[in-house]
Design a protein around this ligand. Structure first.
Ligand code: MTE
Ligand code: MO
Length: 426
């Protein structure tokens, strides 16, 4: 192989060869690459400040925060949604996250009476009611039961609740961001219920938190004994205060409201308590004005996170990665279809990993974009065969006065300049 051949094959080791290879690769993909080809890139040819001295020592940040350049990837709230920030909600920046795990530091928060601060030492969990042995557990007690690790999404039933009547909020963070997905470590609720001995008359449990709101909810005993988790770690570390430190309940696939934080009491009961949170709230108003209760499961849903209003296309024509998230409270995601034309034609997206039950699934569709306008949609299918509905299909049953459980297909209108807008294609 002579010099020339080595250079063109990309094997040349000299600076000239490296520059040429870099420029060629860049030019293939982006406009910026083409500009680089015109002259030397000082980021490559000049010694940069970060290479002329030392970086931070190992103890500069004993517990690290994201680098300053990522400081816009944060939870955000919508001021007009609630009267104050104590009983309020904010939204996960799902437009800017990748993979499926939500870092606790930017996972949305929903509090009915604010996030409380409790020491582990002050934690008590009581199980009583229709049990053979009423019990109280300390945090240390919980640590001595066999542990499990499970990844689950938590979606607030009100997620997308502002979008019922039409396109409202301009960003996937706000339209679909009442969701997070974490790997929980804890003890199964079944283990603790068996320790207490559930009597045959016990058909429900009532769970409540230690905060002033208590956020009490009734859960059928079948679900309690099936897959609920008493969690004390998330993503490997202690739960953050805002997510229920030191202990929260996980109710996989079911609406976020049931995932009681700062869990303090589990009462085994004959029937449901019919608390505020399951009667005046978290019920679904139907087309005819009546309300449906006990709609616990979060049905299959998906959304494109990029491009989206907060993630415009900035790189011009050529390869474009379309990506998003899909999930189902009834099981695993088996398929996600993506439409570029508002639902007329569909292409099957690539799942980054096989769908896991009741956890987020990441999908991709890699296209060659030539600046054409698009009406981007994603449509999820789960392993029960259920297909995510259009807004019209959902409204035919639910009317427009619903708040909760809006799992309709979302549309982003991507313009030829790469900007995207929340629009409705019913
Ligand atoms: N004790 C208690 N648990 C609670 C709440 C609360 O206000 N108090 N809010 C519920 C609601 S409505 C939701 S959507 C989830 C939100 O969990 P997160 O704040 O970890 O995102 O917690 C639920 N558990
Ligand atoms: Mo919620």
């Amino acid at each position: 192989m002579d010099e020339k051949e080595r250079e063109s094959s990309g094997l040349a080791m000299g600076r000239r060869g490296f520059l040429r290879a870099g420029a060629a690769a860049g030019a293939l993909v982006t406009g910026a690459g083409a500009a680089r080809a015109e002259g030397p890139d000082p980021l490559i040819t000049e010694v940069q400040p970060w290479a002329t001295g030392f970086g931070d020592g190992v103890d500069a940040t004993p517990y690290g925060l994201p680098i300053q350049y990522e400081s816009d990837v944060v939870r955000r709230n919508v001021g007009w949604l609630t009267a104050d920030v104590i009983s309020s909600i904010n939204f996960t920046p799902i437009h800017a996250l990748e993979g499926t795990i939500t870092p606790q530091g930017c996972a949305f928060e929903r509090h009915h009476s604010g996030a409380i601060e409790m020491r582990k030492e002050d934690y008590r969990l009581m199980i009583h009611g229709l049990v053979d042995r009423p019990l109280v557990f300390t945090y240390e007690d919980l640590e001595r039961f066999p542990r499990v690790n499970q990844t689950y999404f938590l979606e607030c039933a009100a997620n997308s609740g502002m979008e019922w009547a039409g396109a409202q909020l301009n960003g996937v963070q706000f339209t679909q961001g009442m969701i997070h997905n974490m790997e929980y470590t804890g003890v199964t609720l079944r283990t603790l219920l068996e320790e207490a001995g559930v009597q045959t008359a016990g058909k429900w449990i009532y769970v409540e938190g230690a905060d002033a709101s208590s956020n009490g909810r009734s859960i059928p005993i079948e679900k309690a004994l099936d897959d609920c988790l008493i969690a004390f770690k998330a993503n490997g570390e202690a739960l953050r205060k805002e997510h229920g430190y030191p202990v929260r309940l996980c109710v996989p696939g079911w609406e976020g409201n049931m995932w009681v934080k700062w869990l303090r009491r589990i009462e085994v009961t004959e029937g449901p308590v019919e608390s505020r949170e399951e009667t005046s709230k978290y019920t679904d108003t139907l087309e005819d004005g009546t309300s449906r209760k006990w709609t616990w499961v979060m049905d299959a849903k998906s959304v494109i996170t990029s491009p989206s209003p907060q993630m415009p296309i900035k790189h011009g024509n050529g390869p474009l990665v379309i990506t998003g998230l899909a999930w189902s409270g009834r099981g695993a995601i088996t398929k996600v279809d993506v439409s570029l034309d508002g639902g007329k034609n569909w292409k099957e997206a690539r799942l980054a990993n096989p769908g896991q039950p009741m956890a987020l699934t990441r999908f991709y569709l890699d296209i060659n974009w030539q600046g054409e306008e698009m009406l981007l949609q994603a449509r999820a299918t789960d392993d029960t065969g259920y297909v995510q509905p259009t807004k019209d299909q959902l409204r035919a049953i639910r009317g427009e006065n619903s708040v909760y459980h809006n799992n309709a297909i979302q549309t982003w209108w991507v313009k030829s300049n790469g900007e995207a807008e929340n629009v409705e294609v019913s």
